[in-house]
Design a protein around this ligand. Sequence first.
Ligand code: ADP
Ligand code: MG
Length: 859
Amino acid sequence: MSQYTPMIQQYLRVKADYQDAFLFFRLGDFYEMFFEDALKASQILEITLTSRDGGSAERIPMCGVPYHSAKGYIERLIAAGHKVAICEQREDPKQAKGVIKREVVQVITPGTMMEGAGIQEKENHYLAAIENAGGQYAVAAADVTTGECKAAVFAAFDAAVHELAAYGVKEVITNGSWTEQDIKQIRARLGAVISVEEIAEESPFDRLLFNLTDGLTRKASARLYHYLHRTQKRSLDHLQPAEPYEIRDYMNIDYFSKRNLELTETIRSKGKKGSLLWLLDETKTAMGGRLLKQWIDRPLLNESDISRRLDIVETFMVSFFEREELREQLKEVYDLERLAGRVAFGSVNARDLVQLKKSLGQIPMLASLLKQMNGAELPKLADSLDPCTELFEELERALIEEPPISVKEGGMIREGFHMQLDEYRDAAKNGKQWIAELERKEREKTGIKSLKIGYNRIFGYYIEVTKANLSLLPEGRYERKQTLANCERFITPELKEKETLILEANDKMMELEYELFTQLREDVKQFIPRLQNLARTVSEVDVLQCFAAVSEARRFVRPSFSADGRMHIQEGRHPVVEKVMDAQGFVPNDCRMEKGRNMLLITGPNMSGKSTYMRQTALIAILAQIGCFVPADKAVLPIFDQIFTRIGAADDLVSGQSTFMVEMLEAKHAIANATGRSLILFDEIGRGTSTYDGMALAQAMIEYIHSSIGAKTLFSTHYHELTVLDKSLGHMQNVHVTAAEQDGKVVFLHKVKDGAADKSYGIHVAQLAGLPDAVIKRADELLHSFENQEKPKADPEPVLAREGQLSFFEEKPEPAETPKPPKKADSAILARLLSYDIMEMTPMEAMNTLYALQKEAKK
Ligand code: ADP
Ligand code: MG
């Protein structure tokens, strides 16, 4: 250490505390990085790597970014999953003795970003702490930009991870003692950064913890707050007390199913466009947009809560004109939640506060509009809209309508708000008038018409006389200050004296304005909880008007709920597919499920609409339970406690699992957790393996769900053999999606009807496609012989007992026609194969191992 210069020593001391972050070390107008940080950052940011003498024998690698453009670079590092510690100079370099005092003022991390490209208007930005004790898991999640904090307990690690995924957390905080395996899972599933916070003491955060009664959620929340405090190093007054919630109060849709149903993003593009959220998002405020996403993530279970929302939507539906006006007004409401966050962070400017004022100004009108509409609920909502009148009035008195962005250069505060400020302003203004007057007088006195008084930052005010006129200037009073090419500049004692007064007034004016602004910001801080309450109500109104707008535009109807589990959907539609197709005409379908037909086995040719039909059923259930109308002519629905799906989706590339493994994982998840009140969608399950395996698994699952779970189930299959099961299973019913022939072409009618599909349909299509008659005839023959040989047995046991894919490992005699010379390598490969503990491998590892073995065997 001692070999380094004092500054590098200081750097190293600071860096030791921030090992996991890039240290942005302020040196004058730059943030510099040294050593490893410089090597890595220069690559990621594509900036020049230089070096610097630091006292040691070797030069120290260094790179830097200008202070004024640091924001973009920081965002890029964060987006790449890194952290940045900002280390500022904490004393005036002119006054420092020795090395300037420096200190880290904030650590910016993926989960604690407040603004920038990574923050989406209509999306929350969560980080979470996860805690574990006695087989239970707690998750505490916070959005630093809005101040929301929530916490819940989970009975299994898997469930907790599903919840973290639902939040879309960018960063997960642990106590540092988690196993490599668990961390790996969190990372793989969420793509989140893992951070460690060792302290989880509750006492400093009583204000935020009082709602939590459970020890584990308290601990998780406290750990989260400690982390925020340690990294942000400032008041976080906008953090709201952590709200406990019970997952069993909401419809549970696991991570797989959310993705499969494309609730908030599509599977393919991972974008919002094409998702249910995209269809629904007619919100007018950023806050409403975020709440909508939260509601979609957590449909309700309590019928009266659902009905309350539906009642309001209904009122909005029938009040067309008021609703349109409401929408116009909502547009003018600024993001109050994030504004409150920035007030607490100390990063608002006068423009933000003017926006706040304008938003508050909308509130009384919003409230009176709500009261104009009928219905019992709207007046209540109107009454809970707190316009924060005192704050509105103070902001109105204090700030001009269009203040500058900078808060340090004055020009923000209205005249008449503060006497002293007005006096300074007068002095500055009068001073300027005095100068103009002096110019006039000097011209008169000297007779120099071109004489003028100017100002620059180095010399202050001066009298400027062109060289040609110099002779006209009397001796004595004029002191020469500066000589230019064709003029000279002078000052006089009286000009100097006035200058001091004017400049002082200017300085004082700006200083005082800044002070007044800071005071104003402090005053706004007192209103943060009220602003947050207001934000909550406004966003609720926004989402509900959005439901009404969408329901009207897309001809949705109000659902009703059945107590006996009956589901009758008349002319139901898939809202997103319908919207995308628009003019071409989506074919609506009924869906009737009740005692005696709790399971529908769906058959029909490819592309006929099986998957669409299943998805639309789930979407209708979800829409109803978030309190929105539904795309149907009529809908009577049970309240589902959970929805499970297995719908043909892309490989789970993130965690490196094969399609079939994912399929089985999702199926297992459904079967292990579903109840009689759940909805299960299994779309062509078993497709990822050989025919026999697949069919056996499919049948076994149908039987199990039928007899042991009793969940409402839509099960599509390409195994026509399964359609006979309706004879043995009392609650199963066959339905099929129809297709027809028209002018020699197959036409998909997309209409769902009772009964099984015509099984020779594939051959029929082939015939229509014009395959030679001989081929068609042979296919027909083969089909008949297959059917006669391989009727599926009602009891799947014998098939399952063959152990599915494991038969791969059975030794098989080599076919006689192609004898291969034995290879020496074979026994070595076999030995290695036997040495693996397959149960301990991840599917990806298994895949890689298999690949390596095969490669060797091919040699
Ligand atoms: P399957 O699962 O039977 O192969 P899909 O559900 O994937 O069929 O539907 C295939 C395509 O058919 C969809 O992309 C959609 O364009 C169209 N389609 C599906 N259902 C309908 C419907 N009810 N009305 C109109 N078009 C539909
Ligand atoms: Mg399909």
